[in-house]
Design a protein around this ligand. Structure first.
Ligand SMILES: Nc1ncnc2c1ncn2[C@@H]1O[C@H](COP(=O)(O)OP(=O)(O)OP(=O)(O)O)[C@@H](O)[C@H]1O
Ligand SMILES: N[C@@H](CCO)C(=O)O
Length: 324
């Protein structure tokens, strides 16, 4: 569960005194999530999320993340909106941790997305890319191709303990992706972690996007490739082309992909799978003693990589030309 920092009542009361969000009625820790400590607050004016940033979030990145959420919300995207204190700041300190309060979003995430969810997600992703277009800050993607080799090197010696042959096939994927990673594709602000747990639905409609703490400046098609990985594989690791088609078509209805983005899609999807395989592998091999959070299985992405290695063209992900 993700409550790493206990917050005494008095410390919370002192922190909340700086805000105009009414009187606190109740609060409780949120079990989901693995990175930060989250509480839900109920006050006389509504519900809010209080986040205390734990070790993996760099304080220097917080102005980008908080500024981005404010920018996206101001541009009509349903995402958490940082709440300002009476003196206008969004970032505070609570129990020695950087802390913010954001607006609460209604909705539930889907564990097993269907075609209609993939379609809705494609439109929401394009909406996010459009809403971020004129955001002034930039943040390089530390988990793009240049960041993968250090992760591999940290895990290489023990990788075959997780699955036979994992080190060799990862080494080959990495060499190929380093040599051919698509550069200079259309880009801007991307979410970079838009997995099903970060998307809320009300009925069949997307009601909110959360968890912008991997957001960065990178190619838009890479964000789409991340979503194809996270949303369009079945439990047996077969890629569901109907889901891919629904997602890509809905994305293209807002922002058609350029021919070079289409051509790059197989490599981008393979790279996205490698990125999540590697971060999961490193976490899997480094579970701290007594950890409360179960690490995510890297082999789910090793299995996806087996599919991506055989893909020759974007059509295999369900891409088709935009009808004109
Ligand atoms: N603005 C919000 N509105 C409603 N619920 C929220 C909001 N932000 C977070 N939550 C809830 O808190 C949970 C954890 O949030 P989040 O995913 O941001 O945590 P994290 O530890 O940073 O995550 P992760 O492990 O996914 O990186 C979410 O699954 C959701 O249930
Ligand atoms: N979405 C990531 C976890 C980080 O939020 C994963 O599934 O590996």
């Amino acid at each position: 569960m993700a409550v790493y920092t206990e917050v005494p009542d008095e410390a919370l009361a002192a922190f909340l005194a700086a805000y105009e969000i009414g009187d606190l009625l109740s609060y409780k820790g949120i079990a989901e999530g693995v990175e930060n400590t989250n509480f839900i607050l109920h006050t006389t004016t509504g519900s809010y999320i209080l986040t205390l940033y734990e070790k993996r979030v760099k304080p220097d990145d917080l102005p980008f993340f908080l500024g981005l959420m404010e920018h996206l919300a101001a541009n009509g995207l349903a995402c958490p909106q940082p709440i300002r204190t009476r003196d206008g700041t969004t970032l505070g300190t609570l129990c020695g941790r950087p802390a913010v309060i954001v607006s609460f979003l209604e909705g539930v995430s889907v564990r097993r997305p269907g075609v209609k969810h993939c379609r809705a997600l494609g439109a929401a992703l394009a909406g996010l890319h459009a809403a971020g277009a004129d955001f002034a800050l930039a943040r390089p993607n530390a988990l793009s191709v240049a960041g993968w080799r250090p992760l591999f090197e940290a895990a290489e010696a023990q990788a075959d303990r997780v699955a036979p042959g994992l080190a060799d096939r990862t080494r080959q994927d990495l060499a190929l992706l380093e040599a051919s990673w698509p550069q200079d594709l259309p880009g801007g602000v991307i979410h970079a972690d838009l997995f099903t747990d970060n998307v809320f639905f009300l009925g069949d409609e997307v009601s909110g996007l959360i968890d912008f703490y991997f957001a960065c400046t990178d190619s838009f098609a890479y964000d789409l490739a991340i979503c194809l990985n996270a949303w369009c594989f079945e439990a047996d690791y077969a890629f569901n082309r109907t889901k891919g088609q629904a997602m890509i078509a809905a994305y293209q209805a807002v922002r058609p992909l350029a021919p070079r983005e289409v051509a790059a899609l197989p490599l981008l999807a393979r790279g996205a799978a490698l990125r999540f395989m590697l971060t999961r592998l490193v976490d899997w091999l480094n579970v701290p003693p007594g950890a409360l959070v179960k690490p995510k299985d890297p082999l789910e992405y090793d299995r996806r990589l087996a599919f991506h290695r055989k893909v020759a063209a974007a059509e295999e992900y369900g891409w088709s030309p935009v009808a004109v």
